[in-house]
Design a protein around this ligand. Structure first.
Ligand SMILES: *Cc1c(COP(=O)(O)O)cnc(C)c1O
Length: 321
């Protein structure tokens, strides 16, 4: 149990549900889903858990403005904007993309929450982020920088806690399959599993990074989080399980595999996935099942990380009919 500062606003614990129809149609192992699309905070998602620990840091610092960064349809930015509104903070989002090109979905929500949006390109994003922070500082806004995906050692604690929650629910799958991008989610789950000596394997489906890079990011985050918890458990990059076979046409590009996964989850289980993260991770999971990667007697838990508002972004919504 983690005793580090945390502000509680997530709706927890999230349910674990069986997916019997999906399992039958795939002729696969027993399938479960952990519903972190139901964490609350403006349609939920995995960033909510991380932000509980990050917000404690923000308030302890006396900050008054949250600044963060992401793609135009960033779920992390939407959840951060909602959080800022809820705690009376200002919010500035540095988004990569073209204003007016991709509308709706998370972007509509960012605007409803009153976030100020600074547009940039992917290449210039880090520089613009730094400049935006400096300007806010000079303007006396007391900014706090929440890095990409809230994947800091502090944010990672949210998923060490999530691992504990799963154990308390009495669920011990052979495998956890989860979408992995900035790494904090998988780092927290992998660290939690290792601390508790569990035999559950945490497999990240990479969304946008080569496996070698993502494994190192995850191991570093997990080890810094362990430091923060004052425990000796360490993860090596080699122990972190990442599959990068499903990068498709790149970040945010929904292909046939993602579309099939979204349709399959919707039609067999009434569950919504998203075009960028969970659609890709589920496509990977489905492909692994079809290729006999799991044993018939295994229990595989798909960790749903949210993202569903992106279904309604102009870029994707037309592609489902
Ligand atoms: C951010 C995000 C992820 C990736 O989580 P990381 O902790 O950044 O690896 C997965 N799914 C959704 C829906 C997300 O928004």
């Amino acid at each position: 149990m983690i005793s580090l500062p945390r502000i509680r606003f997530a709706v927890l614990p999230t349910p674990v549900e069986p997916m019997p129809r999906l399992s039958t149609i795939l002729g696969g192992p027993r399938l479960l889903v952990k519903r972190d699309d139901l964490t609350g905070l403006a349609f939920g998602g995995n960033k909510t858990r991380k932000l509980e620990y990050v917000l404690a840091e923000v308030l302890a610092n006396g900050a008054r403005t949250l600044i963060t960064v992401g793609a135009a349809q960033s779920n992390h930015c939407r959840q951060t904007a909602a959080l800022a509104a809820r705690y009376g903070l200002e919010c500035i989002l540095v988004l990569s993309g073209e204003p007016g090109k991709i509308t709706g979905g998370n972007l509509l929500l960012d605007e409803l929450f009153g976030a100020e949006i600074v547009w940039t390109t992917r290449a210039e994003r880090d520089v613009v982020l730094r400049n935006t922070f400096n300007h806010a500082w000079e303007a006396g806004k007391r900014p706090f920088l929440v890095p990409l995906g809230a994947s800091t050692p502090t944010g990672t604690l949210g998923y060490v806690t999530a691992w504990d929650e799963l154990m308390q629910q009495g669920v011990m799958p052979d495998w956890i399959v989860v979408a992995s991008s900035s790494g904090g989610t998988q780092a927290g789950l992998s660290l939690g599993a290792k601390i508790s000596g569990s035999s559950t394997q945490v497999l990240g489906i990479s969304i946008d990074n080569p496996a070698a890079i993502l494994k190192k990011i995850i191991a570093d985050l997990a080890n810094q989080a362990a430091d923060r918890l004052a425990i000796n458990t360490r993860l090596s990059a080699a122990e972190v399980l990442v599959n990068d076979a499903y990068l498709g046409a790149g970040y945010g590009k929904m292909g046939a595999a993602e579309k099939e996964a979204i349709h399959l989850f919707a039609k067999t289980e009434g569950l919504l996935l998203d075009p960028v993260y969970t659609g890709r991770a589920a496509a990977g999971c489905i492909d692994l099942i079809r290729n006999g990667f799991f044993r018939a007697q295994d229990t595989v838990l798909f960790w749903h990380t949210g993202g569903t508002p992106a279904l309604f972004a102009s870029e994707y919504e037309d592609q489902f009919v």
